[in-house]
Design a protein around this ligand. Structure first.
Ligand code: ZN
Length: 81
């Protein structure tokens, strides 16, 4: 008996092949995965199944742009004076 059996196609993986099993799910059944499957894969492999940028990245980008604007604004102000 296999430790991991794919619920979608029946592919079997031993208990040492959890990563291969999760990778299989991500590769072959990306569109059929339940929310729990996705979470499981995310936690184990760091596989990003969504194409949406993470909120963390957006916050970071916004912060960098804001700091950049403030700095260039300050430089411009110094030049004008
Ligand atoms: Zn499968």
């Amino acid at each position: 008996m296999s430790a991991y059996e794919c619920a979608h196609c029946g592919a079997e993986y031993s208990d040492t092949e959890e990563e291969a099993y999760l990778q299989h799910l991500a590769d072959k059944h990306k569109d059929d995965l339940t929310r729990i499957d996705r979470k499981h894969i995310d936690q184990h492999r760091g596989i990003d199944l969504s194409n949406e940028p993470s909120t963390k990245d957006l916050v970071l980008q916004t912060a960098i742009i804001t700091v950049g604007l403030i700095l260039s604004g300050a430089l411009l102000y110094m030049f004008i004076l």
